[in-house]
Design a protein around this ligand. Structure first.
Ligand code: GP9
Ligand code: MN
Length: 421
């Protein structure tokens, strides 16, 4: 009920309150278009790495030099995979411990970024070359406030230009361009790539821009080729954005949606990384790239520990949009007062000092990777349980439907206090 919502609001407001004033980047990208690019299954270990002497992500490696590049950024997803990443990013709330919010709670009341930006005059849309109903997106997108979903039926998808789940990333971006050009500005446009998806199928020479790895684990070996292909597609996308005159007025947020290589491939991965994969390394492998490009702003590596949960407040702050009494579990990644920390969906926690691996209940020193006394991580474990619990309560109880009456109540209290009563 609405009492439960007040409890959650008290919690999130006290978390946000610790940060103090708006950061110095508030409003720095006011009125700009926002382009989100979901990098399918892309883990951060590919960034700046070479395989057989060749870069795996040459374009992203370059792009990050004149962007904010977050080198300690994690996905917070669970079983809902891509859909969880979308949910987390647009709402700054966690996915569920089981199943996918997109399928189980699509008719809830939300206060998502697309809806907020629509009331600021933005056109919020999503582009993705799969069937509209996959992950129940066609239904959920309406609840999140997307104005249009450019899905498979709006693309020309042939056997020739497809692989795995469907339309390959290069034709996907090529065909999306005229649709993007047709939108009213400013837009909030999400592009969900798809080619770099398990089992990483390579069906054509033009996907062999680098040689595969040779661990003998086929999907790990091909992963580098499909990541390389995706990187090329993003390079082409940026070229087209420049040619079409969209680039200068747009901020780009590129992020990995979730891990690509599961624990079942630890043997091959330890060969690639040249070390044993303990729970510490497993948690570190949940790092995904985050590159935020704001035209005209200088590049900077940001070491703050964060996750997808932080993107909503980060984007809204850059755009200069006030967010009072919103249920957000994340904080603005560009605010230097934020706590350097993120909570993974399995209850693991990463801070600038510690890595807590929940499943095995082991505490590590983040810097050295050494196992340390579990007491150091005990408060983190508790915090994760509290926060994930609050988020679950909001989703299961559909608590945001009480937001309007809660806001009235808050206004009334302020007014009463003002009257000295
Ligand atoms: C499907 C694509 C992949 O449309 O987003 O979904 P995933 O399996 O990664 O959740
Ligand atoms: Mn995915």
């Amino acid at each position: 009920d609405s009492n439960e919502l007040s409890e959650v609001l008290n919690y999130v407001n006290s978390q946000q309150g610790k940060m103090g004033a708006k950061g110095k980047y508030f409003g720095k990208a006011e009125g700009k278009n926002v382009v989100l690019v979901s990098l399918e299954s892309t883990q951060n270990f590919v960034i700046d790495r070479k395989l057989n002497g060749q870069e795996i992500t040459p374009f992203l490696n370059d792009l990050k030099e004149d962007s904010f590049y977050f080198s300690n950024f994690y996905h917070n997803t669970g079983q809902g995979k891509t859909s969880d990443s979308e949910f987390i990013i647009d709402n700054s709330m966690y996915g569920l411990s089981r199943g996918a919010v997109f399928t189980t709670n699509a008719n809830n009341e939300f206060n998502a970024t697309p809806e907020i930006l629509k009331s600021e005059g933005y056109t919020p849309v999503s582009f993705h070359g799969n069937h509209a109903s996959f992950w129940n997106r066609d239904v959920m997108y309406q609840s999140l406030g997307y104005e249009h979903y450019f899905s498979k039926k709006e693309y020309n998808v042939t056997e020739e230009n497809s692989v795995n789940y469907g339309l390959k990333d290069i034709p996907f971006f090529e065909q999306s361009m005229p649709m993007l050009k047709g939108l009213d500005k400013p837009y909030y446009a999400k592009f969900i790539t798809m080619t770099n998806h398990y089992p990483y199928i390579v069906n054509n020479e033009n996907m062999e821009m680098i040689d595969p790895a040779n661990t003998g684990d086929g999907s790990v070996d091909r992963y580098f080729q499909t990541v390389r292909y995706m990187d090329e597609s993003i390079k082409k996308f940026f070229q087209m954005m420049k040619e079409q005159g969209e680039y200068e007025d747009t901020i780009f947020v590129l992020y990995g949606d979730h891990y690509g290589i599961s624990e079942n491939h630890n043997r091959a991965m330890s060969e690639i990384l040249g070390k044993e994969i303990r729970p510490f390394e497993h948690v570190q492998l949940q790092k995904v790239p985050l590159i935020i490009h704001v035209p005209g702003m200088e590049g900077k590596e940001m070491e703050t520990v964060g996750g997808q949960i932080d993107l909503k407040p980060t984007i809204l702050n850059l755009l200069g949009v006030e967010q009072k009494n919103d249920v957000q579990f994340g904080t603005d990644l560009l605010n230097k007062n934020r706590e350097s920390e993120t909570i993974l969906r399995d209850g693991s926690v990463v801070t600038d000092k510690y890595v807590y691996a929940a499943e095995q209940n082991i505490c590590y020193d983040k810097e050295t990777g050494e196992e340390i006394d579990s007491k150091s991580c005990a408060p983190l474990k508790e915090e994760a349980e509290t926060e994930l619990g609050f988020s679950d309560k909001v989703v299961y109880g559909d608590l945001l439907r009480f937001m309007d009456s809660e806001k009235e109540e808050i206004k009334r209290k302020i007014k009463d206090n003002g009257n000295g009563s």
